[in-house]
Design a binder for this molecule. Sequence first.
Ligand SMILES: *[C@@H]1O[C@H](CO)[C@@H](O)[C@H](O)[C@H]1NC(C)=O
Ligand SMILES: *[C@@H]1O[C@H](CO)[C@@H](O)[C@H](O)[C@H]1NC(C)=O
Ligand SMILES: *[C@@H]1O[C@H](CO)[C@@H](O)[C@H](O)[C@H]1NC(C)=O
Ligand SMILES: *[C@@H]1O[C@H](CO)[C@@H](O)[C@H](O)[C@H]1NC(C)=O
Ligand SMILES: *[C@@H]1O[C@H](CO)[C@@H](O)[C@H](O)[C@H]1NC(C)=O
Ligand SMILES: *[C@@H]1O[C@H](CO)[C@@H](O)[C@H](O)[C@H]1NC(C)=O
Ligand SMILES: *[C@@H]1O[C@H](CO)[C@@H](O)[C@H](O)[C@H]1NC(C)=O
Ligand SMILES: *[C@@H]1O[C@H](CO)[C@@H](O)[C@H](O)[C@H]1NC(C)=O
Length: 397
Amino acid sequence: MLFSNSLLACVFFTTCTASPKPPNQIRLPKPGGKYEVGLSITELTDHNRTQPFAPNGTLVQLMISVFYPVTHKHHAITRAYMTPETALIEDITLSSQGLAAPNGTFGKVVLQLASDQNIQSRKDKSSRAFPLVFFMPGEGTTRLFYNQIASTVASKGYIVVTIDAPYDVDVVQYSDGSFAYINQTLWANDNSDLASVALLAIQTRMADVSFVLDSLSGTTLAHSLVPNLPESGLNTTHTAMFGHSLGDCTAYSILDVEDRILGGLTMDGDLDGPPLLNGTSKPFMFIGSTNHTRENADDDPGSTWLSGWPQLLGWKKYAMVADTMHYDFSDYPILFETLGITPTNGTTFLMGDLKGKRALEIVTTYVGAFLDFVLLGKDSRLLDGPVKQFPEVTFEN
Ligand SMILES: *[C@@H]1O[C@H](CO)[C@@H](O)[C@H](O)[C@H]1NC(C)=O
Ligand SMILES: *[C@@H]1O[C@H](CO)[C@@H](O)[C@H](O)[C@H]1NC(C)=O
Ligand SMILES: *[C@@H]1O[C@H](CO)[C@@H](O)[C@H](O)[C@H]1NC(C)=O
Ligand SMILES: *[C@@H]1O[C@H](CO)[C@@H](O)[C@H](O)[C@H]1NC(C)=O
Ligand SMILES: *[C@@H]1O[C@H](CO)[C@@H](O)[C@H](O)[C@H]1NC(C)=O
Ligand SMILES: *[C@@H]1O[C@H](CO)[C@@H](O)[C@H](O)[C@H]1NC(C)=O
Ligand SMILES: *[C@@H]1O[C@H](CO)[C@@H](O)[C@H](O)[C@H]1NC(C)=O
Ligand SMILES: *[C@@H]1O[C@H](CO)[C@@H](O)[C@H](O)[C@H]1NC(C)=O
């Protein structure tokens, strides 16, 4: 089912930019790559699977955001970073964790994007399918808190699909306005069976990615989400995946079972999903926080770097970014910097001293270089080892 709100939102925001900028709007930076970026949001229901973390019989129902490069003439528009209802939930949640985010904070934030007006004829020879890539968020954190990273990667020439994980991220809002909240019983820190909950979550997410791939190989859906595609639609046979935290475990384990995903990148995650039974020769990259060496990561009993790393038989790189912590690999740094608020609660927000703009630049530059390598066969010096432009980034063999 299509999220008709995305069309409405477009009309709404296009009209909106004709009038002066609302006084309270706070704009995130424009995605910095070669292309402007458009956004479609939709809801997909898998009638063949039920959610393991929801009341019995609840079908798998996913929200996805599709960020695509815009090559045709367009207007600049702004789009809300979150729906007003989700924004208020995040204001309240993050405030309770020690962030100065009074009601109304996240509702002010907008992305600077491009409209999908002026769609050229689908037969236009200049239309092209940019490579398709998937992103999944960390456990407990809505996909929307990675919108700026996703749109920046899209501006480099990728169609980036962020897939939410209902009942394991904090909140997912559906097109009818209803919510799926995290299953707090299962995800409680004192649940002695947390490791099996995490494993089931990763298995669910792996099936979600395959389901989204199946759905997007339908040309009607693909054309409704991404204007200006060639008639054949999206290229769903040559894709890649990146993810943060639990989303990264998905990007690792899925390499074993999903032929359409040719490489995976983890942003500060571990390898807690189903092991790769016979290893994989697909490329894999880790980019993570300062002290997240493979040795250190294995201090965490749930982590599997020492056993998982050797199962990566092909091209692989392990890079760490100085002055970062776990949530520097989300939009938090750029978002809080743009809003002018600094979290005081280190244990919850897990952010290092790196500036927001710099964190965004480093993360998206290395993700971009990895995708260029996997999907376009381009070599980059960035992936070979340390470079002068990014002294923050060091490699482990
Ligand atoms: C639905 O699930 C059943 C069993 O889980 C499987 O046999 C069948 O192939 C699935 N159908 C589709 C369309 O995926
Ligand atoms: C949490 O998950 C359990 C197990 O699947 C399920 O029975 C329960 O209904 C879920 N709770 C909520 C609030 O979704
Ligand atoms: C959950 O659903 C399954 C299949 O629909 C059914 O067999 C089972 O009895 C249900 N469990 C509960 C606790 O309702
Ligand atoms: C920091 O975050 C934790 C976990 O969310 C919370 O229990 C605690 O109250 C927060 N501390 C402050 C000072 O807000
Ligand atoms: C924030 O919004 C919530 C939900 O509407 C409300 O319960 C709460 O009182 C508000 N907080 C403040 C400080 O206005
Ligand atoms: C998908 O991309 C690959 C690699 O560029 C290419 O070989 C393949 O033909 C493409 N498939 C379609 C249907 O365009
Ligand atoms: C792994 O290798 C074994 C033995 O060669 C084979 O039987 C099995 O099917 C393989 N499993 C996968 C997932 O490829
Ligand atoms: C990394 O580890 C070193 C040595 O234990 C410590 O001094 C430093 O504070 C750590 N840095 C971060 C960002 O956690």
